[in-house]
Design a protein around this ligand. Structure first.
Ligand code: PLP
Ligand code: ZN
Length: 408
């Protein structure tokens, strides 16, 4: 009864991972009646017969190359800025420095809008468009607001973005330039989220908050597809991800499970590692205490804005992804983040965002305590560009006076 599909997308229905209730994917849905995020389910059995990796060869180098496992049914609804198929780079110098010779970086700094948030925005907005949505609202720590505003502009939709007043200035500029309605909150992302929820209730707006609609995660999961395709369908040992709402990590886990079910990969899945900042580490705390959900992180603070999320409704899914793959959760200090940001940029010429730097810092720690072994293939996600963050270092730079001769 729930099977609605043609050959472009094999989307079948939506399912609650908590209480297993099933929902139609042909109309707008938000969260389950039990409060859990809903997950998109596909007809994987048919797909495994109809699809094989060789069909990818001639497809465009963007994330829509995996359209069978994406939720948009009609290609004309796709809102695309060329997102996806970002480089998977070897990091030889840094790998030597950390004693992880098979160290790779999935570099999302090349994405439209400057962060991997473009993936969730592209798929979330395309699907919303297909479902007849014209206007949406989201709370954001910065990068999501910018990405969703830009894709809304591209797709001819109106957007309202609610950000903490301390979100990086450049992300605000992106929203304003794209014609979004931008509102700033004197508070944290959690305060912004609460205000959005109230407005949604009052005005019946489409709530595109992370994990409160089922499709952003489908965009994020394409990072998992790309890593596997770029590694020629050989599964890495470890994937590390900077975790805020956790949608990215949940998405990567979902991607791996789907590829496993259609028979494109085999063997154990990579151990998934959630990386957070010491100033806001609810997932790490829950994992250390072997809990299946997290507690709100009081008085949080970190310079890595996009992973500053004191509580996420997807916490149980993030923890499940970690437990099921034998992964881990680890936090790093803001000082370790800045030091690693400089180190990676110096050694590899890649100007990372702080969240990406946190993830490299975590790999370094996990290698030095032996959790990562020397021979393992390790993929680190750099989720965005360092160019989005005005403060990078306090380095003193020499100022030259053109009227004077070189002094040294
Ligand atoms: C949003 C974001 C994250 C965290 O991703 P989640 O899916 O919310 O866990 C990490 N890095 C950057 C640059 C981001 O914008
Ligand atoms: Zn439910």
């Amino acid at each position: 009864m729930f099977m609605v599909r043609d050959n472009y997308s094999y989307l079948s229905h939506l399912e609650c991972p908590k209480c297993e209730l099933i929902y139609h994917s042909t109309e707008v849905q938000q969260v389950c009646s039990c409060g859990s995020p809903l997950l998109a389910r596909y007809d994987l059995e048919s797909l495994s017969k109809d699809w094989d990796p060789s069909s990818l060869k001639d497809r465009e180098k963007n994330l829509w190359r995996y359209h069978e496992l994406l939720p948009v049914r009609q290609p004309q609804h796709i809102v695309c800025l060329g997102e996806g198929m970002t480089p998977l780079l070897r990091m030889p110098s840094l790998g030597m420095d950390m004693s992880i010779p098979k160290l790779y970086m999935k570099d999302e700094s090349l994405m439209p809008s400057g962060s991997f948030k473009a993936r969730g925005a592209a798929v979330g907005i395309s699907k919303a468009k297909e479902l007849g949505v014209h206007r949406f609202i989201i709370p954001s720590n910065g990068s999501a607001g910018a990405a969703w505003s830009l894709y809304a502009a591209r797709g001819g939709m109106s957007s309202s973005i609610v950000m903490p007043v301390h979100a990086p200035r450049i992300t605000r500029d992106g929203c304003i330039a794209a014609g979004a309605e931008l509102l700033l909150v004197k508070g944290s992302i959690s305060d912004a989220g609460r205000m959005v929820a109230e407005k949604v209730k009052r005005e019946g707006l489409y709530d595109a908050t992370a994990l409160k609609e089922p499709y952003r995660i489908e965009g994020k999961k394409t990072m998992g597809f790309e890593i596997i395709e770029q590694m020629d369908f050989e599964v890495p040992d470890v994937i590390l991800y900077p975790t805020g709402t956790g949608a990215g990590l949940i998405g990567i886990h979902k991607a791996l499970q789907e590829l496993q079910e259609i028979g494109w990969i085999s063997g154990p899945l990579p151990r998934l590692v959630a990386v957070q900042s010491k100033g806001c580490a609810p997932i790490v705390k829950a994992w250390e205490d072997q809990q299946t959900k997290s507690m709100f992180w009081e008085q949080s603070s970190t310079e890595a804005h996009d992973i500053h999320v004191p509580k996420t409704i997807g916490d149980f899914l993030v923890l499940d992804a970690i437990y099921q793959t034998g992964g881990a959760a680890i936090s790093v200090t803001d000082e370790e983040i800045s030091a690693e940001q400089e180190q990676v940029t110096r050694m590899e010429g890649s100007f990372l965002c702080p969240e990406g730097a946190a993830t490299f810092a975590a790999a370094r720690i996990l290698r030095s305590n032996g959790w990562i072994e020397e021979e393992e293939k390790v993929v680190v996600l750099n989720t965005g560009s360092g160019l989005k963050y005005p403060r990078i270092s306090s380095n003193e730079v020499t100022l030259l006076d053109p009227e004077e001769a070189w002094t040294s």
